[in-house]
Design a protein around this ligand. Structure first.
Ligand code: LLP
Length: 434
């Protein structure tokens, strides 16, 4: 459920008219609804309440400081994958003791930073990484909390680029190797095993693969608990959201019509019987679920180009602002900010970037649009701005957070000066190899 809806023919974000935000802050513009983020967080926590979960929001989905602050203020923890994400969480006032740190390629500098900050646990992805954490911990005279990421070899119905729990993917440790790592752990005085983690992929809409993965690793989790006193089982993130009918999914009735979907309630209901008997702290790492449908990208139509073969609606947002359609072929619902009666058109919605892949929708039936009109691209709150770039030397867009009738700029639009920050054409830093 989210808080983007039409009142009459005008699209509103909570209590604010989307068109007014576009006028005030310009386009392209990311707009997030604070109420939706909090609502999604509260729903997940309450669905899982019997398990007393620790929710570690996956920062990569949307790492704006104000979004992190909003979640931190609800007691949310964070799932990190880089030193940069740790820096952001600390800047936003997040609690490092509620942070897990995953990723296959942690550097010794990142390991040092995380140990010094006092994170809850490293999520270890290989035998070599375990040894690297031991070395850093020994140097700092600390005992590092670690969890092993088990690759459960479970496929899920999702895009190949975001499947992470199959044996062919680079993530995690094969179940057959875990016993050997348990032996190794006993030899490392500066490490202690705090938990086990799995994460099978992203945008997964059925509960079965989650259930199957949990079932498969339970024997390993029991060993971790009984032999090493491990205290948590982290079941990862990956819960999917509505893209095709994103606007409609703001309506509770829509959810009832999707009986097979992995909503937080169904996810909790199916996993609880497996998890409760473990008597462990359950950690979840949602990203998209919390923020995906809490954000839209507002863009203005600049031109139309009508050819006999195809019509184009040319907008001021590009693949550099929202790369998901170009990178994964993802579907994002696109609706007018002001609905008007009349005929519709069928065409491609394309951006300014000099690549044919810069296309938000192809052969899409849209309501009538003309240059100057505003469009809202839905489900842009997750992996939208966080994957944006300056490709084609396009300054990245501004971000705004709406809360009831209030709205505030949480990231200013970049300037041309921002584009060249850190670059130089002088001779100052020239070095010559001996
Ligand atoms: N935990 C780990 C270890 C992860 O790798 C991820 C996402 C998550 C949690 C959060 O997954 P979520 O709940 O958001 O599905 N850029 C892609 C998605 C990449 C997901 C990467 N890992 C997209 O735009 O669809």
């Amino acid at each position: 459920m989210h808080r983007f809806r039409y009142r009459g023919d005008a699209l509103f974000v909570e209590e604010v008219e989307a068109a007014r935000l576009a006028e005030r802050y310009g386009t392209p513009l990311y707009v997030y609804s604070a109420g939706t983020i909090v609502d999604h967080y509260d729903r997940l926590v309450s669905s899982l309440r019997e398990l007393h979960p620790l929710v570690c929001y996956a920062v990569k989905a949307n790492s704006n400081l104000s979004v992190l602050r909003l979640l931190a203020s609800r007691g949310c923890g964070f799932d990190l994958v880089s030193g940069g994400e740790l820096y952001r969480v600390l800047r936003a006032g997040g609690d490092p003791a509620l942070c897990t740190f995953a990723g296959v390629a942690k550097t010794s500098q990142e390991i040092t930073e995380a140990l010094e900050a006092g994170i809850y646990s490293f999520i270890v992805e290989s035998r070599e990484e375990l040894a690297a954490i031991e070395r850093v911990a020994a140097r700092l005279g600390k005992r590092a909390p670690v969890a092993l990421r088990v690759n459960p070899d479970v496929g899920a119905q999702t895009h190949a680029k975001v499947k992470t729990g199959i044996a062919e993917s680079k993530f995690g440790i094969a179940a057959e190797e875990i016993e050997e790592l348990y032996r190794q752990l006993a030899l490392f005085p500066n490490l202690f095993l705090r938990g086990i983690q799995i994460h099978i992929g992203s945008q997964i809409r059925d509960v079965e693969p989650f259930e199957e993965a949990v079932r498969r690793v339970i024997p390993l989790v029991e060993i971790a608990r009984d032999r090493f006193g491990a205290e948590f089982f982290d079941i990862g993130g990956g819960l999917g959201i509505a893209y095709e009918e994103a606007l409609q999914s703001g309506d509770p009735g829509w959810w009832e019509s999707k009986a097979q979907w992995a909503t937080p309630a169904r996810y909790a209901q199916r996993l609880r019987p497996l998890l409760e008997p473990l008597k462990l702290r359950i950690v979840v790492e949602p990203g998209r679920l919390l923020v995906g449908n809490a954000g839209i990208l507002l863009t203005r139509v600049l031109y139309r180009k009508d050819r006999p073969q195809k019509k184009f609606v040319i907008v001021d947002a590009g693949m550099n602002d929202l790369i998901r359609p170009a990178l994964y072929g993802s579907f994002h619902q696109i609706v007018p900010v002001a609905r008007r009666a009349g005929e519709s058109i069928e065409g491609d919605v394309v951006g300014p970037v000099c690549e044919s892949g810069d296309c938000f929708a192809s052969s899409r039936r849209l309501p009538w649009v003309e240059p100057g009109d505003l469009l809202a691209i839905f489900s842009a709150g997750a992996y939208g701005f966080s994957m944006a770039s300056q490709y084609n030397s396009r300054p990245r867009p501004a971000e705004v957070l709406v809360e009831g009738t209030d709205h505030r700029l949480i990231r200013r639009r970049e300037s041309y000066e921002d584009l060249v920050r850190g670059e130089q054409i002088g001779e100052d830093d020239r070095a010559t190899d001996p």
